[in-house]
Design a protein around this ligand. Structure first.
Ligand code: SF4
Length: 328
């Protein structure tokens, strides 16, 4: 492991100024970055700890709820307003990692965590375009049971590991960032990238920008929302497939609006607008769920070991929507 300097940022502008040095990385809870440093995947020369910045508040605002970037995952998951109004996010956070990790991990860091593709994590494998651009992708012919079925490229078929980001995608969250040029707001669906020819880039955040908050717009039907995570074991495992769903039903029980996002299937949280449209105007039931599920996986391109994910996604979507519709 490379020796590195460690400093604690005392204000946001100082942290942003420090990040002009490309050898600097921000340190939140460190639950992924420190692992990657120990493995020799990441090797920053200087860590700037941002956890003491005043960015941990969870605040109700006229437009919805603001989650500070350094708010801990467990604090957000257990916050009464998140549990009441954005149930899907609370459930997604609780489905992620272990209680100890959730107590450390921050919301900003959650968005920045990197794929758990085994070839990316192990530098003894020479081929990994995400770790060493241009080196190839060992997963194409190797072990890819956990890998992407949607939006992948020949350069990389990794999946994004975050559960919370899938719920945030369904909730139309907006990521607020600050950099040398000032503040900007990035819709969550534009925050993470597809791999294309540049799989080394996970997000559209620039190296000298700091996440300061995540805004959740007021979503009256966020109470009727649900996160379903399907995994190999029932705790402390990444999703094979996950579904974040929210439904708005009118007085007659007809679906007025729907939100649907998938995890475990792509390089980014996979919001499926076409599937949402299929649900609008329908009555809850198997027919509506099946149509939405078909639309959601229409572009799937599975590989040798992960073809099971297509049917798993269909069934998971149907189950998540049925559960969501039954909520009061
Ligand atoms: Fe690397 Fe992506 Fe291929 Fe995994 S899938 S080996 S992260 S390039």
């Amino acid at each position: 492991m490379r020796a590195f300097a460690y400093t604690r940022a005392t204000d946001v502008s100082g942290a942003v100024a420090a990040a002009r040095d490309p050898d600097v990385k921000f340190l939140g809870g460190g639950t992924n970055l420190l692992d990657l440093m120990k493995m020799g995947v990441e090797h920053p020369g200087h860590l700037v700890d941002v956890t003491r910045l005043p960015l941990a508040a969870i605040e109700e605002r006229e437009s919805g709820l603001r989650l500070g970037a350094t708010a801990r995952n467990s604090d957000v998951a257990n916050h009464p307003l998140v549990r009441q109004r954005y149930r899907v996010l609370s459930e997604a956070l609780v489905a992620g990692a272990s209680p100890q990790l959730r107590n450390m991990a921050t919301m900003g860091g959650n968005l920045m965590q990197r794929t758990r593709c085994a070839y990316f994590y192990d530098p003894t494998f020479a081929e990994c375009n995400k770790r060493v651009p241009g080196s190839g992708c060992a997963a194409l012919q190797g072990y890819h049971r956990m890998h992407a079925i949607l939006g992948a490229s020949e350069a990389c078929i990794a999946t994004h590991p975050s559960d919370a980001a899938v719920a945030l995608a369904a909730l139309d969250a907006v990521v607020r960032v600050v950099g040398p040029g000032g503040e900007r707001a990035i819709p969550i669906v534009d925050f993470h990238r597809l791999p294309g020819d540049t799989p080394q880039l996970d997000t559209n955040l620039r190296g000298d920008e700091l996440i300061t908050a995540i805004d959740l717009p007021a979503l009256p039907f966020g109470r009727r929302s649900h996160y379903l995570k399907v995994r190999d074991r029932n705790s402390y495992a990444f999703a094979l497939v996950s579904v974040a769903a929210a439904l708005d039903l009118d007085g007659q029980g007809v679906i007025r609006q729907a939100r649907l996002a998938l995890g475990g299937v792509a390089h980014k949280p996979w919001r499926v607008a076409e599937a949402e449209q299929r649900l609008v105007g329908q009555r809850p039931g198997d027919g509506a769920w099946r149509a939405a599920a078909e639309a959601a996986v229409a572009g799937a391109r599975p590989r040798r070991d992960n073809a099971f994910k297509v049917e798993l996604a269909r069934r998971s979507i149907a189950r998540a929507l049925a559960t969501t519709a039954a909520l009061t």
